[in-house]
Design a protein around this ligand. Structure first.
Ligand code: AMP
Length: 489
């Protein structure tokens, strides 16, 4: 099956209902969206053979939805590029994937054109409108193993790699989302708050399949006030937000509009303290996903209902394996770890990527006998809940003991005068590594030390506290630990 089927079915069932909105304004019905995607697909097919990579570099815009479906209908591959990258970094991705062309928003087109190795087509310009004049293409018939999306990883640990996601993988993701996390219908809406090139873009297919409105903020960026207004304006709103975005929503001091249905969070640690504050402010609307580009948004998850009943241990976990996905924790010898033992998280299922684009060595390293080696460390409890500790590269080994930064960060964040905390290892001649905490906040080091003594083992306490105005983050809001380590020399 081709992901285009999700739109085809929605258009058959919900033809005249509103499909795409910019802010509060309806742009297209489902029938119109299908027509537009098939016309654009016909124009693409005239010049591009199936399998060609077609990149999209844009802040969130309503056209991204028709572009995705048109590229799939043309049996080409979408390569969404993070719009916050430097144009040279974008050009590197275009080079790496051998893109045939790139659709770019007017702002990005201007910056990218001097660097781009391929033609840049401006979204929304007069030439763009011309692409919709072709008679519509036929709906595609595609082998599910065909590549649909090259998902460039956020590259917190090195250069970004292109995870190859097939129609089968993204269909498995779609079905698992509807089964485990959120089950919207045609009276619901999806608000695109996080970048549609990554986090939020993955949510398009499940919500399209159910005929839920696709709403893109008129500003094209995440503005917490605008987001809450849109939640009130559209029925049954769901959205994917990174944990830092949820913090910004809480900071508005506003209550959740009645129409807010589900906020899905993931992509980075959501600390228990922050989650409880968010639940107090917005109610039981939260669901969690743990995934990575290599197994898009689908490894484990925690439903809304789990949040209502859960104690701190479960709120601090990433939930349990998702429908259709096998998840295991492996000890150092490669055998399955017992509950409570920490090891590398691996997973297997249709959702797992087919490999990295043009990078067989990295593929061999990461996918072995069908199992995806996530590079994340975790442990299961007796009931099958998985707790994520850290990426294996971030674990601090001090005097032969493993210290998981997340645990120290959680404890630091329980102090009222700590706004943000990030813990890394610094080389040390005596201990191998020692724990160093970067802290945004006003509590003094000795106060934090006393606070931690009540909460975690002595040997896990930071040997040094470094107070900073903010933590370095990449364009998805993930803290760049390697930059913090580099500051330590
Ligand atoms: P990316 O491929 O950019 O989405 O990054 C994936 C990585 O983000 C995972 O391997 C985890 O280290 C982290 N991550 C994803 N979801 C969660 C979550 N729910 N809680 C904590 N970390 C997460």
């Amino acid at each position: 099956m081709n992901l285009f089927a999700t739109l085809d079915q929605a258009a058959d069932r919900f033809g005249d209902r509103g499909a795409v909105y910019c802010g509060e304004q309806q742009l297209h019905t489902w029938s119109q969206l299908r027509q537009r995607a098939l016309r654009l697909a016909a124009s693409l097919r005239r010049v591009h053979a199936p399998g060609r990579r077609i990149a999209i570099a844009s802040e969130n815009r309503a056209e991204i939805i028709e572009l995705f479906y048109a590229v799939w209908a043309a049996e080409c591959v979408v390569v969404p590029v993070n719009f916050k990258l430097h144009p040279r970094e974008m050009a590197q991705i275009l080079d790496d994937c051998g893109a045939a062309m790139v659709f770019a928003s007017p702002k990005i087109a201007a910056e990218l054109t001097p660097h781009s190795p391929v033609g840049v087509e401006q979204i929304g310009g007069p030439d763009y409108d011309q692409l919709f004049t072709a008679p519509p293409a036929d709906a595609p018939v595609t082998d599910p193993s065909t590549l649909a999306w090259l998902f460039y990883t956020s590259g917190t640990t090195g250069r970004s790699k292109g995870a190859m996601l097939s129609h089968r993988s993204l269909t498995a993701m779609t079905v698992a989302h509807l089964a485990d996390i959120d089950s919207p219908d045609e009276k619901c809406s999806l608000l695109h708050a996080a970048p549609m090139s990554h986090g939020s873009g993955l949510y398009i297919a499940p919500y399209v399949l159910r005929g839920a409105r696709q709403v893109v903020a008129a500003s094209g960026v995440f503005d917490p006030e605008e987001f809450l207004d849109l939640c009130a304006a559209h029925p049954g709103s769901s959205a994917f937000l990174a944990p830092t975005m949820i913090q910004r929503l809480v900071d508005t001091g506003r209550k959740a509009p009645a129409a807010l249905r589900t906020i899905v969070y993931g992509g980075g640690p959501m600390y228990v303290d922050g989650l409880k504050k968010a639940m107090a402010a917005f109610g039981p609307v939260f669901a969690q996903i743990y995934g990575q580009g290599e197994s898009p948004m689908t490894i484990t998850g925690l439903r809304r209902a789990d949040h209502e009943l859960a104690g701190d241990e479960i709120l601090g976990s990433v939930g349990y394996p998702r429908s259709g996905v096998e998840v295991a924790v492996l000890g150092q010898d490669g055998s399955r770890a017992e509950p409570g033992q920490i090891g590398e998280i691996v997973c297997r299922g249709d959702v797992v990527m087919s490999g990295y684009w043009n990078n067989p060595a990295a593929t061999r390293d990461t996918v072995r006998q069908g199992w995806l080696y996530t590079g994340d460390m975790g442990s299961f409890d007796d009931r099958g809940y998985l707790t994520l500790h850290d990426r294996s590269k971030d674990v601090v080994i001090s005097g032969g003991s493993n210290i998981y930064p997340r645990e120290v960060e959680e404890a630091l964040l329980e102090h009222p005068d700590v706004a943000e905390a990030c813990v890394v290892g610094a080389p040390d001649p005596e201990w191998g590594e020692v724990v160093v905490a970067f802290v945004v906040g006003s509590a003094a080091g000795d106060v934090l030390d006393a606070h931690l003594l009540d909460r975690i083992a002595r040997f896990k306490r930071p040997k040094r506290y470094l107070f900073v105005d903010d933590l370095p983050k990449n364009s998805y809001g993930k803290v760049l630990k390697r930059e913090l380590r580099a500051r330590l020399g």
